[in-house]
Design a protein. Structure first.
Length: 376
């Protein structure tokens, strides 16, 4: 369940993932195009006991000392010494500015008495020359201070043919993957932010007591419907329930809320999926029936009247089990057509409701009068 939830998030935010991945790819390609190629040349050196100075009996002890790695590590520090590097550059006739973009490093290879000296820089020929020259000068220094252990060149550095960076294909692939990962995070984050905002926005549009749309949002939906289909047909109905008159001011809000929600549920159950229900005032609900002419609206509203005319009992036990409530619904409806205004539609619907209320008072036998504005 949790996995499907996140998959839906990613499906809705696919465009964020795509944009982030493509942006990272473009940055990597542009950076690779603008970056200066860097080459690396490496030379390897082997450290061993000096056979000329050590007796055969001491060879094993010397090898044991080498196994402690301290000697080889010391030789590596010699190789990457800034002093040796500076003296080598002077001997080669190079100044400090020429070597400002070059870096030197020396590492001891695992489980071996071999160290590797590497030089990185923009000129492949110069990197190899520096690696070999610095290595030779380091050997000279080491042999001056350490004579028991010998160090010799094992593999000289060769001029590299391919740069170590940038590598457009590798960098583009990594950037694409990292961009996609970042995009996934952004997509999930945006959904986490959007969902509370949508929920808050939805709550602002609802009537707290009934759960239907409040009057402000209902009018906004009505105006949008008219603006989008100025030559279309729709019907607007208002249903007033006089049976709530005595309760609306006497029952506290927590007790009145279930009743109003039950009324809203009945209205939604009898309407189509595209119809809109809103609470117009304390006693009145408004219904928007898009693409519905007056005759079809009358049939729908009579069906609603029949459902609302059935006495109801609150499920939470506010009323006694044998006590019923008659909602006494009255309905007025008007049809929008011929590019009339929203204000005119609301006024005609209100007058139709007033006519239905008069009919209910004049004809006591009439149950849930439904009045179309043109008949008022």
């Amino acid at each position: 369940m949790e996995l499907r939830y996140y998959l839906r998030m990613l499906q809705r935010g696919w465009w964020i993932i795509a944009i982030t991945a493509l942006a990272a790819l473009n940055v990597a390609l542009i950076s690779a195009y603008l970056a200066t190629p860097i080459y690396q040349a490496s030379a390897r050196f082997v450290v061993s006991p000096n056979p000329e100075l050590i007796k055969a009996a001491d060879v094993l002890n010397s090898l044991d000392t080498l196994d402690k790695r301290s000697v080889v590590s010391t030789y590596a520090e010699f190789m990457q010494s800034s002093r040796i590097f500076q003296e080598t550059s002077v001997a080669l006739g190079l100044n400090a500015d020429d070597l400002s973009s070059y870096e030197i490093s020396a590492v001891v290879l695992p489980d071996a008495n071999i160290l590797e000296l590497s030089v990185e820089g923009p000129d492949p020929q110069l990197t190899a020359l520096l690696a070999n020259s610095v290595g030779q000068r380091g050997i000279d220094y080491i042999k001056t201070y350490y004579q028991i252990y010998d160090i010799n060149l094992l593999d000289p550095a060769a001029a590299p043919t391919e740069p170590t960076s940038p590598q457009p294909i590798r960098d583009a692939g990594l950037s694409l993957v990292l961009g996609a990962v970042v995009g996934v995070g952004l997509a999930i984050l945006s959904e986490q932010i959007r969902i509370p905002l949508d929920a808050y926005r939805q709550r602002r549009n609802l009537d707290g007591a009934s759960g239907a749309y409040n009057r402000r949002h209902f009018q906004h939906v009505l105006e949008d419907e008219v603006a989008q289909r100025p030559e279309g047909v729709l019907s607007l109905a208002m249903i007033q329930m006089n049976g709530l008159k005595d309760l609306i001011d006497t029952l506290p809000q927590p007790l009145m809320q279930p009743l109003l929600r039950q009324v809203a549920t009945i209205l939604r159950k009898e309407l189509r999926g595209g119809d809109i229900v809103g609470r117009w005032d304390d006693l009145c609900f408004a219904i928007l029936l898009p693409a519905t002419p007056g005759t079809a609206a009358i049939r729908t509203l009579k069906r609603i009247c029949q459902a609302l005319s059935t006495p109801i009992i609150l499920e939470n036990g506010v009323f006694n089990a044998n006590e019923t409530l008659n909602l006494e619904p009255y309905v007025g409806v008007a049809t929008y057509e011929n590019n009339s205004s929203v204000q005119s539609l609301v006024e005609r619907t209100t007058k139709a409701l007033e006519t239905a209320l008069l009919q209910g008072r004049d004809k006591r036998g009439t149950q849930c009068p439904v009045v179309l504005a043109e008949e008022a």
